[in-house]
Design a protein around this ligand. Structure first.
Ligand SMILES: [Ca+2]
Length: 354
């Protein structure tokens, strides 16, 4: 369906699960858009994940996965796509390292992983790693049948506070202790996907309803957090979730970008604990950011050039609302506008994404 003068050979395609905490701030939406324009990926389904421990009153209690699912639907609408299976994940992290939260999302991961198909299967986790941990606890045999790429975890060797890890430390420990191949993109590596708002205004905003929305919702959040000194930074952002794509686009022979280490355990304080005798995982320390971002900009331009500038003013007002008065699912956040500055400061301290 895309406007490319090339084809990806069927033998080179891979099966892929999207897992996104799509409404936690303003970057997941870019990566979801990018993924859906990549012909190499046979997207089997989109799972909307929670950001429950960073909700801080933005949505009703335990409703952040629903907010993410609403945002997924909006992105698909703006791209003119309606044909992917979509699932809402658990609304909280798992209670311990032995008890899965059984959802249709976790069942779908198990079902697809256990299905006979010669093509490789990857899941790109752009937030808390809850649904994958649940699927592993429900059916451990999936560990031999798929690979996880996770955007999350603090920097090695110490580790520490990090947003995606914070939202479900138990789940991270389940996945790290499993035998599933794991490619980890820790914080300082996903921070390499830095962009400026001026860059996005030139390279993203002109291209279709989706380009306009991606840019405008980020600027809207930037404006709403104007009084918060820690984050965001004013005219720059980080598209950190792009790491899931970059890991798959990079040349296989570019092995200098990662190191294989024994999987650590993770303490309650999010610090890494020695795991010298554990299985090995791939931990990235550099990624080909140019390849990734230029691929995104090129595909957006190729596919949405003719649709530039046709979002209606009404639609724009609806779409750029970061804290919607009324979401598509009928959820009403319980945060009043006058509460914004103090709550936003709390959220950003928790995010620790400075
Ligand atoms: Ca994310």
């Amino acid at each position: 369906m895309w406007n490319y003068a090339f084809q990806v050979p069927e033998q080179k395609k891979i099966r892929y699960f999207v897992h996104t905490d799509c409404k936690n701030e303003a970057d997941d939406q870019y990566t979801l858009t990018h993924i859906l324009m990549i012909d190499k990926l046979d997207v089997r389904g989109i799972i909307a994940g929670h950001f429950d421990r960073a909700n801080q009153g933005r949505y009703p209690e335990h409703q952040t996965a629903q907010a993410s699912l609403d945002e997924v639907h909006l992105i698909l609408d703006l791209m003119g796509i309606d044909h992917y299976p979509e699932f809402k994940g658990a609304e909280t992290g798992i209670p311990d390292q032995d008890t899965p939260i059984v959802t249709d999302a976790a069942r779908f991961i198990v079902e697809e992983a256990m299905r006979e198909d010669p093509r490789p299967l990857f899941i790109g986790m752009q937030g808390a790693i809850t649904e994958l941990a649940c699927a592993i606890l429900m059916e451990p045999r999936i560990c031999e049948r798929m690979t996880c790429i996770w955007i999350g975890g603090g920097d090695y060797p110490e580790g520490g506070q990090e947003f995606n890890l914070m939202n479900d430390v138990h789940a991270a420990n389940v996945v790290f202790a499993s035998s599933m191949p794991l490619w980890q993109v820790p914080m300082s590596v996903y921070k390499q996907f830095a962009v400026s708002l001026a860059e996005l205004q030139v390279r993203v905003r002109p291209y279709g309803k989706i380009g306009r929305y991606l840019f405008d919702q980020m600027v809207a959040l930037n404006d709403r957090l104007a009084a918060v000194p820690q984050w965001p930074h004013g005219e720059t952002w980080c598209l950190g979730d792009e790491g899931v794509i970059c890991a798959l686009l990079e040349d296989r022979e570019r092995r200098g970008g990662y190191t294989k280490i024994s999987a650590p355990r993770i303490g309650a304080d999010m610090r890494y604990l020695p795991g010298d005798k554990n299985r090995r995982i791939r931990v990235y320390h550099t990624m080909d950011v140019r390849l990734d971002l230029e691929d995104f900009y090129a595909k957006l331009q190729l596919n949405f050039t003719d649709k530039a500038g046709n979002s209606s003013p009404v639609a724009q007002r609806q779409y750029v609302s970061f804290w919607p008065e009324q979401s598509r699912s009928g959820i009403r956040p319980n945060l009043r506008p006058e509460e914004w500055p103090c709550r936003a400061a709390t959220v950003c301290l928790l995010l620790a994404r400075t």
